[in-house]
Design a protein. Sequence first.
Length: 400
Amino acid sequence: MNTLSWSEARAAVESAVHDHARRGTELVPVADAAGRILASAVVSPMDVPHYTSSAMDGFAVRGSGPWLLLATPVEGAAGRNVHRTGGVLSDGEALPVLTGSLLPEGAEAVVRSEDAEITCDGSRLHAGQPDVDKDIRPAGQERAAGSELLAPGVRLTPRHIAMLTAGGVDEVTVTVRPTVVCAFTGNEIVRSGVPGPGEVRDAFSTSFPALVESWGGVVTSTEAIADDPVAVEYWLRRPSTVDADIVLVTGGSGHSGQDFARRFITRAVAGDDGEVLASGVACRPGHPTLIARRGAQLIIGAPGNPFAAHVALHSFVMPAIAAFVGASSELHSGACAVSLDPLDRDRVRLIPASLGADRVCTPVDGAHSHMLTGYATGDVLLVVPSGGLAAGEPVDYLML
C-alpha cells in the first residue's frame, strides 16, 4: 500500500503528466480559441491603429481658419466605405471626416462637428483654432507592429479574442487539450426521477464532463457501467479507453469485494510501463482515491460518494489537466474565519467554504462525503491540515 499525502498525490499526478504524457501544440483559428492556453507568444502583425485617423466626427483642417471646405459632409453612405475617402489638404483647407476615418494628407487637427459653423453657401468652415493634433489618432498609438500582445501560458478569454481579431491576428498556437474518458460504476444508480430505497441518483455524468471541459480537457465519452467484473475490465481494455490521455472511473475504488475498479485498474497498469502512483490518499473525503499510470495515460479511480468523488476531481484531475495544457494549478491562500478541530488521523480535510472580503473563508454546512449541499453553495475547498486551524489562521484553498 502506497498511501500518499494529499500534496504528494497532486505532485505525483503532475510529474506523471510532465514525464510521460503525450503533450503538444496546435494552430487554431482565433475564433475557436476561447478557453485555450497559448503555447507561444502572440505578436502584433501591424501598428494599432494601423493608420492615422480622426477621433471625432467633424472636419480635418490644415492651417488657420476660416477654411475652404473642399466637400460637404457625407449623408447616406449607401454601402460605400466613406471612412477611406482620405484626400489632400493645403493651407486653409478642410474636409469632412467621421470617427475612425482616414485623415486627409496634410491634416493638422480635427474640428468637432458641434464646434463648427458652415456658411450658407457651404463653402467655408468657421471655428476656433484647434491645437495641432487635436482629436487625431496617430498610427501605432496603442502598440507598434512586432510588439508582444500576449505571453505564453495565457488562458484566452473573449476579451483577448476581441483584441486579437481587431489587431489582425487570425490564428494562434495553443496547447493540445487532453482527451478524457469517464466511467460511472454502480448498480444502485438511477438517472431520472426520484430514487427509491437502496438507489441513488447519478451525480456525475453531467457535472464531471462540465468540470473537465472548463479546465481545458476534452471528454470523448461517458459511460455507465454495472458493478460487474467483466464489464469493468472490458471497458478499461477497450481501445477507445486505452487511447485516452486521462481515464476517470467513479466507484469501485475501495477495498470490498464489490470494488472491481480498483482490482482491474491495478491489473491494467501492471507491466513494464505502468505503475500505481497512489493506492490511497491521506485526505478526507477521498481517501480511497486510486491514481495510476498506464504508459502515457493517467488513470484516476475516484470514490463513489458524490462529494468525495468531486473532491478527487478538483484535487487530482484538475492539476493533471493543468499540467497537460500549461495552466497553473497553484493553491490560493486566505484566512479561516473559525477554528477547526484537529483530526484523530493524519489526513488533510477538504472542506467547502464561502469566500468573503480579504479572502476570509467560512466553512459551510453539508460537507460529509455523501453530501453535495456544501459543495454546491461553497466558493472554495479549504485544505485543512490534520492538526486543525485556529480562527484567523492562514489556510490554503482550491477555487470551486
